[in-house]
Design a protein around this ligand. Structure first.
Ligand code: ADP
Ligand code: MG
Ligand code: MG
Length: 883
C-alpha cells in the first residue's frame, strides 16, 4: 500500500475526500494544491503508518523512510532548494494531522533543516541575516520543546534575558547579532540538559520530528482527548512535511488566520487576524497584538494598526479571491491559515470552520440564497441539538457577572428572579406577577407547580438526570442542579454559598448553559424564531416523514409547543393537573377515602376541573390530535410525608389526623416505580379512570360543539403488561364514551391505545394490539424496566458505565438501540402485524433526542413526542434522519 503522498507545484496525489488516509490537514492541503491554489509543496505520510511505526517498536519502516526521501526530492525539485544544502537550503515544517483536529497532539515544528552551516546559507540566499538567525532560534526552541522534550521555559527565559539586556520589549527589537548570540545560548541549554549537542544533521532532525508526531498519538494528553471525544485509537495520525514559506522576511511578509465568514454571528464578512513580519503561531500565541484583516473590522474595533486591506492591498485582494474560491469549492465556511512571503500569498491550511449555533443557522440559510447549497443540504448543516441554544433567552454576553456558585448546566436558558425556597411561595409570588427562582436542596413531584411558576430552578443536590433537571428541561425552564456549595436554612429562609448569605426575595440569575449562579439581575436577550430560523424549519418540514408532537399538559405549554410547530400532543400527563392547589384537597380526599362512595364524591368534585382542563387544551390544539394518559403515578405521591403535612391535610380535608396517618401508612410502597400505579390503579379503582374518561369526552363534545371542528381524543392507558389489563380498562373508557354521547346527543371519533413501557407489553404486542388503536412507546419507563436501572438512582454509576463503554451513551438521554430499541422494534412489528396502520409513536425523553429520532425514523414510527422546547430540534432531526 502507498504510504507517502506528494502535493504542490500544481498537482496532488490525494484529495479532500481522503481524510481517513491523509488526515484532515493533509487531505485539504492536497485538495488546495490540486485546484491550483498556491500551496508550498510537501508530502503526507498516511495515517496507517502510525500503527506500523508502533509495530516496528517506534521506528519508521524502511520502505516508508525510502518513500519519504523520494518525495522530499520532489519537493526539492519544485522549490529548487536542497535539504541540508549549505548555500540554498530547503527548510520544512513537520505537522501532525489526524482525521479530526485534535488539540493535545504534537505541536508543529517549523524551520526544520537549519544547522550551523545552513543558517549561513539561508542568510546569504535571502540576503537577510536577521531572518536566518531568527528562524534558527525558533527552530531550536520548537524542536527542543516538541521533539527533545525540554521545558520551553528554558528557552523563553533566555529570550527574555536577551531582550532585557538589549533594553527592548519586542522580539523584533533583536538584531541579527543578538539572535546569533541567542542561538549560542539555546544550543548550550540543549547540551546541558541532554548531555549531547543539538542535532546538526537535517535528516536526523527529520526522522526525529516524524517520530515525535507518531509518538504523540499515544501521549497521555492525546489519549485523554480521544476518550473524551470518542475518537478510536486505531485511527492514527498522519504526518505532513512541507516546504517552509516565510512570513518573517520583513515588512512585505506576514502570517495570518481567517474565517471566510464570522464564526460567531455567521455574517458574510471576512474575519481574521494577521501579523506583519511574523511566523506561524505568532498570531495565536499572543506574542504581539494581531492586526485586523479588513479596514471595516479595524475601524469597528477602533484599532490603529493598519489592516491587511490597507497595508497589503494587492495580496489582500488575492486572499479575498482565494476565500471565494475555497467557499465555492467546499461550499462551506472555511477556517484558513496563510502566509505572505515577500508579497506572495501561500495557503497553509483550510478546513470547515467551527461555528456557534447562531452562525451555523445564518450561514446555512445565506448559502441557500447564494445558490451555494440546496435546501436539503442546509437542513443537514445545522446540528439539531445545537438549536437548543437558540430557543431560550440567553444572557447578554456583554453584561457583567457576579458568580456566587456553580452547578451543573442542567437545562439551558437564562433566568433572573427573586429567590424562593418552597413551591407554594413560588406560586403565590408568581401569581402576583413576580419573577422567582425556586431554590431547593432537591425537587420532588410535589414541586411541579413551583417549578412551573418559577423562571428558573436551582438545586444544591442532584445530577443532570435528577428530577429537577428532567422536569426543568421538559418545561423549558433554565435549571442549575447540584450546586454543592449552596446550603439552605429553612428556619431563617436564607441560603449560604461560599461565605455569602442570600435571603428570600433577593434576586439572582441562573445561566442554564454554563451552570453559573449570579447575584443580581443579568440582562438577557430574547430568541428570534422568525427569519433564518423560520426558513430552515420550513425546509426541514418539507423533508421529514415523522410527525412531531409534544408532551404538554398546560394550555401555556401547548401554546408554546404550537408556536414551535408541534403537530399534536403525544403525551398529556393528567396527574400534573391534580397538583394544582385548588384541586389537591379533592384529590387527597379521593385517595384517603375508605370506600367507593367516598371516592366517588371526591371524584365528582374533580370532574368539572378536569373537563375544563381538557376543554382548554382541545381549544388550543384546534383539531390536532391529543393523546391523554390516564392517571399513572402511585397515589402516595399526592400525599405529604411529614407531621406538618399530615396536620395540614387533616385540616383541609376535614378528616381526623389519625386516619390520615393510617391511610398514608397503608399506601406506603417499597418500590413505588413497580408498585400500585398505571393501569393497576384503573383496575382496582375503575371509578378514577371512568371520571377521567368522562371528563375527556365531555370536553371533546363541548369544544366540538363550540368550534364546529372535529376533536379526536386519543385516550391512553399507562403501564399495561397484558392484553387483559387493556381490555378491562378499555371497557370502562368505552362505556363512559357511550354514556356521554347518549347524554349529549353527539358522537365523536376517538381512539383508545396504550403505552408500551414494560418489556412484557412489547413482547405481547400482537395480542395487546387487538385492543389498541395506537401504541405510544414510553421509553423512559421502558428503559428503566428493561435495563433494571432506576433513572433517579443512576447518577452514581452511569458516568463510569459510559466511560468504560458499558453503555455507549446515557440510555436515558439517547435510546439504548440494542436493548430497549430491539423491544420497540419488535413491538412495532408485532403490533402492525395484527393491525395494519396501528399508529405508533414515542413519548419518552428520547422523543427529543436526535439520535433516538433517527432510530424512530428507521423503524418508520408515525411520530415522536417531546417537550415543547425540543419540538424544533425534533423537526430538524426528523428531517435529517429522512434525508
Ligand atoms: P496546528 O494544527 O496547531 O494549527 P499547524 O501544522 O497548522 O499546526 O502549524 C502551526 C502554524 O505553523 C500555523 O500557523 C501554520 O500556518 C504554520 N506553518 C505550518 N507549516 C508551515 C510552512 N510550511 N510554512 C510556513 N508556516 C507554516
Ligand atoms: Mg493549523
Ligand atoms: Mg411511564
Amino acid at each position: 500500500t502507498k504510504s507517502v503522498f506528494k502535493f504542490g507545484g500544481g498537482t496532488a496525489e490525494g484529495d479532500a475526500k481522503q481524510k481517513e488516509l491523509l488526515g484532515g490537514k493533509g487531505a485539504n492541503l492536497a485538495e488546495m494544491a490540486g485546484i491550483g491554489l498556491p500551496v508550498p509543496p510537501g508530502l503526507t505520510i498516511a495515517t496507517h503508518v502510525c500503527a506500523a511505526y508502533y509495530d516496528a517498536g517506534g521506528k519508521l519502516p524502511d520502505e516508508v523512510a525510502r518513500d519519504v526521501l523520494e518525495a522530499l526530492a520532489f519537493v526539492e525539485g519544485v522549490t529548487g532548494k536542497h535539504f541540508g544544502d549549505a548555500s540554498n537550503p530547503l527548510l520544512v515544517s513537520v505537522r501532525s494531522g489526524a482525521r479530526v483536529s485534535m488539540p493535545g497532539m504534537m505541536d508543529t515544528v517549523l524551520n526544520l533543516g537549519l544547522n550551523d552551516v545552513t543558517v549561513e546559507g539561508l542568510a546569504t540566499a535571502s540576503g537577510n541575516e536577521r531572518f536566518a538567525w531568527d528562524s534558527y532560534r525558533r527552530f531550536i526552541q520548537m524542536y527542543g520543546d516538541v521533539v527533545l522534550g525540554l521545558d520551553h521555559y528554558l528557552f523563553e527565559d533566555a529570550l527574555e534575558i536577551a531582550k532585557e539586556d538589549k533594553g527592548v520589549t519586542q522580539d523584533t527589537g533583536l538584531d541579527a547579532g543578538d539572535l546569533k548570540a541567542l542561538v549560542g545560548r539555546y544550543k548550550a541549554i540543549v547540551e546541558q540538559a541532554l548531555g549531547w549537542p543539538f542535532p546538526q544533521d537535517p535528516h536526523e532532525q527529520l526522522w526525529g520530528a516524524i517520530g515525535a508526531v507518531f509518538g504523540s498519538w499515544r501521549s497521555d494528553r492525546a489519549r485523554t482527548y480521544r476518550r473524551l471525544n470518542d475518537i478510536p485509537e486505531s485511527w492514527g495520525t498522519a504526518v505532513n512535511v512541507q516546504a517552509m514559506v516565510f512570513g518573517n522576511l520583513g515588512d512585505t511578509s506576514a502570517t495570518g488566520v481567517a474565517f471566510t465568514r464570522d464564526p460567531s454571528t455567521g455574517e458574510k464578512a471576512w474575519y481574521g487576524e494577521y501579523l506583519i513580519n511574523a511566523q506561524g503561531e505568532d498570531v495565536v500565541a499572543g506574542i504581539r497584538t494581531p492586526q485586523y484583516l479588513t479596514k471595516a473590522a479595524r475601524e469597528k474595533a477602533g484599532a490603529k494598526a493598519a489592516s491587511m486591506e490597507e497595508a497589503m492591498g494587492q495580496v489582500f485582494t488575492e486572499l479575498g479571491r482565494v476565500f471565494d474560491l475555497l467557499e465555492g469549492h467546499y461550499r462551506d465556511m472555511q477556517d484558513i491559515e496563510f502566509t505572505v512571503e515577500d508579497g506572495r500569498l501561500w495557503m497553509l491550511q483550510t478546513r470547515s470552520g467551527k461555528r456557534t449555533a447562531k452562525a451555523a443557522l445564518k450561514i446555512a440559510v445565506d448559502m441557500v440564497a447564494e445558490g451555494l447549497i440546496s435546501e436539503a443540504e442546509a437542513v443537514l448543516r445545522v446540528e439539531a441539538a445545537a438549536l437548543d441554544q437558540l430557543l431560550h433567552p440567553t444572557l447578554d454576553p456583554k453584561a457583567p457577572r457576579d458568580v456566587i456558585a456553580r452547578g451543573l448546566p442542567a437545562s439551558p436558558g437564562a433566568a433572573s428572579g427573586a429567590v424562593v425556597f418552597d413551591s407554594d411561595t413560588a406560586e403565590q409570588k408568581a401569581r402576583a406577577g413576580e419573577a422567582v427562582i425556586l431554590v431547593r436542596t432537591e425537587t420532588s413531584p410535589e414541586d411541579i407547580h413551583g417549578m412551573h411558576a418559577a423562571r428558573g430552578i436551582l438545586t444544591a443536590r442532584g445530577g443532570m438526570t435528577s428530577h429537577a433537571a428532567v422536569v426543568a428541561r421538559g418545561m423549558g425552564r433554565p435549571c442549575v442542579s447540584g450546586a454543592g456549595s449552596i446550603s439552605i436554612d429553612m428556619a431563617t429562609r436564607a441560603m449560604s454559598c461560599g461565605g455569602r448569605r442570600i435571603v428570600e426575595g433577593e434576586r439572582i440569575t441562573l445561566d442554564g448553559a454554563t451552570g453559573d449562579v449570579m447575584l443580581g439581575e443579568v440582562a438577557t436577550v430574547e430568541p428570534d424564531l422568525s427569519g433564518d430560523f423560520g426558513a430552515l424549519m420550513v425546509w426541514a418540514d418539507k423533508h421529514r416523514r415523522l410527525k412531531v408532537r409534544t408532551n404538554a399538559e398546560t394550555p401555556a405549554d401547548c401554546r408554546v409547543a404550537r408556536q414551535f410547530g408541534a403537530e399534536g400532543i403525544g403525551l398529556c400527563r393528567t396527574e400534573h393537573m391534580f397538583f394544582e392547589p385548588s384541586r389537591i384537597t379533592a384529590v387527597r380526599r379521593m385517595i384517603l377515602a375508605e370506600d367507593t362512595a367516598g371516592r366517588a364524591a371526591a371524584l365528582a368534585e374533580l370532574l368539572p376541573e378536569q373537563r375544563a382542563d381538557f376543554a382548554e387544551i382541545f381549544r388550543v390544539m384546534a383539531g390536532l390530535p391529543v393523546t391523554i394518559r390516564l392517571l399513572d403515578p402511585p397515589l402516595h405521591e399526592f400525599l405529604p410525608h411529614d407531621d406538618a403535612g399530615f396536620a395540614e391535610v387533616a385540616a383541609a380535608t376535614g378528616l381526623a389526623e389519625s386516619l390520615v396517618r393510617r391511610r398514608i401508612g397503608e399506601l406506603h410502597e417499597f418500590n413505588p416505580m413497580l408498585g400500585h400505579r398505571g393501569c393497576r390503579l384503573g383496575i382496582t379503582y375503575p371509578e378514577i379512570y371512568a371520571m377521567q374518561a368522562r371528563a375527556i369526552f365531555e370536553a371533546a363534545v363541548l369544544v366540538a360543539q363550540e368550534t364546529g371542528e372535529a376533536v379526536v381524543p386519543e385516550v391512553m392507558v399507562p403501564l399495561v403488561a397484558t392484553p387483559r389489563e387493556l381490555e378491562i380498562t378499555k371497557a370502562v373508557i368505552d362505556a363512559e364514551a357511550a354514556t356521554v354521547f347518549a347524554e349529549t346527543g353527539t358522537t365523536l371519533e376517538y381512539l383508545v391505545g396504550t403505552m408500551i413501557e414494560l418489556p412484557r407489553a412489547a413482547l405481547r404486542a400482537a395480542e395487546i394490539a387487538d385492543h389498541a388503536q395506537f401504541f405510544s412507546f414510553g421509553t423512559n419507563d421502558l428503559t428503566q424496566t428493561t435495563l433494571g436501572i432506576s433513572r433517579d438512582d443512576a447518577a452514581r454509576f452511569l458516568g463510569p458505565y459510559v466511560e468504560q463503554g458499558i453503555y455507549p451513551k446515557d440510555p436515558f438521554v439517547s435510546i439504548d438501540e440494542d436493548g430497549v430499541g430491539e423491544l420497540v422494534s419488535l413491538a412495532a412489528e408485532r403490533g402492525r402485524g395484527v393491525k395494519l396502520g396501528l399508529k405508533l409513536g414515542i413519548c419518552g425523553e428520547h422523543g427529543g433526542d436526535p439520535a433516538s429520532i433517527a432510530f424512530c425514523e428507521r423503524l418508520e414510527l408515525d411520530y415522536v413526542s417531546c417537550s415543547p422546547y425540543r419540538v424544533p430540534i425534533a423537526r430538524l432531526a426528523a428531517a435529517q434522519a429522512a434525508l
